[in-house]
Design a protein around this ligand. Structure first.
Ligand code: FEC
Length: 310
């Protein structure tokens, strides 16, 4: 019989009801309850995108697609994808327990985010390692730490950037700025030599080299509402700055995320779009990969390469 390989596919998670928004927000804040006005603001942002986020459905579709793709790419083994979430049920800890109960011994861990940071990917890995200690297994998990320049991921992103460029007026298309954004993190990651900003730059460079587009740079979005300094420039300042330089159109690729969710549908599609509208600028947002087959093949390939290394 075939070797069974479990994939611990880790995702951010989102509330599945309005009542879960408060415990979710509290979990993100590491146990500190949000102030009522903070909670209210978050509920309103979810309302603006239709009440709740589509993230959990997309995460489920990605897991199914990843499982199908892995089994197609390597029919010699049987791959089973298990979803564990950072801030919602099933939490990573619950999923690792389930894998142990199911008798899974070979495990590859992967996160639904392309770029490594001590404050992003590393925190997912830490949760999985704590769960492994708690449940006494599996004996080891081989983690994919990042897949930000995986060639099929670059192809998939390049195709979606080109589709966005097609919506720019022909006369501006060759010179329009393409901004690659990721979730901002506290500036103190720079002192820690964190690879996150460099990896986002590397994705942007590989994508624009592939399509031959020279006007591109990186920017940050969705910074936390805390007093400490966060990585900038924020995408809203980027839009203002480009407007001052006489730029009339802008393409935004939220490349630090892989799904349609609040940070894309609110922070870019509503907030950034509204600013661009006020300034009379055209903003085109690059589509998210979601469960696109080429994207799933990119992640599956990264998983298979990690499985080979062990
Ligand atoms: O429900 C949804 O559709 C949105 C899900 C969601 C994703 C996401 C991705 C990332 N975050 C990252 C870092 C931080 C840091 C803080 C923080 C705060 C929030 C809040 C919500 C939220 N995040 Fe998130 N993030 C999503 C949702 N995130 C809601 C709380 C309200 C707010 O501040 O906007 C600040 C925490 C603190 O206060 O200490 C830091 C990073 C990513 C991308 C990588 C990944 O997906 O893991 C990094 C999706």
């Amino acid at each position: 019989s075939k070797l069974v390989i479990g994939i611990l596919a880790m995702a951010y998670g989102t509330p599945s009801s309005v009542a879960e928004i408060e415990p979710y927000y509290t979990h993100i804040r590491r146990g500190r309850k949000p102030e009522p006005h903070q909670l209210q603001e978050l509920i309103e942002r979810y309302e603006a995108i239709g009440g709740l986020s589509p993230l959990n459905e997309i995460t489920a579709a990605q897991a199914q697609g990843l499982e199908r793709t892995l089994n197609e790419l390597n029919p010699d083994a049987e791959y089973r994808v298990y979803t564990g979430m950072k801030h919602a049920h099933p939490f990573i800890e619950e999923t690792v327990q389930k894998m142990v109960q199911d008798g899974i011994t070979e495990v590859v861990g992967v996160v639904w985010a392309p770029h490594y940071s001590t404050m992003s990917i590393a925190t997912y890995i830490k949760s999985a390692e704590e769960a492994r200690d708690k449940w006494g297994g599996p004996a080891q998990i081989a983690y994919v730490e990042s897949w930000h320049v995986q060639p099929l991921f670059i192809d998939s992103t390049a195709k979606r950037v080109e589709a966005a460029l097609a919506a720019i007026p022909a006369a501006e298309r060759a010179s329009v700025p393409v901004v690659f954004t990721a979730h901002s993190l506290p500036e103190r990651i720079l002192q820690m030599g964190d690879p996150y900003p460099r990896q986002i730059e590397e994705t942007g460079r590989a994508v624009t080299e592939q399509i031959g587009h020279s006007n591109w740079f990186t920017g940050w979005q969705s910074a936390g509402r805390t007093p400490e300094p966060w990585l900038g420039p924020d995408i809203l300042d980027v839009i203002r700055d480009q407007h001052e330089k006489g730029v009339r159109s802008i393409v935004i690729c939220p490349v630090g995320f892989v799904s349609d969710h609040l940070e894309v549908q609110y922070d870019i599609d509503i907030e950034a779009k509204q600013l661009a509208d006020e300034l009379g600028m055209k903003l085109v947002r690059v589509a998210s990969p979601n469960d696109e087959p080429l994207f799933l093949r990119a992640v599956a390939t990264a998983v298979l390469e990690q499985a080979k290394k062990g």
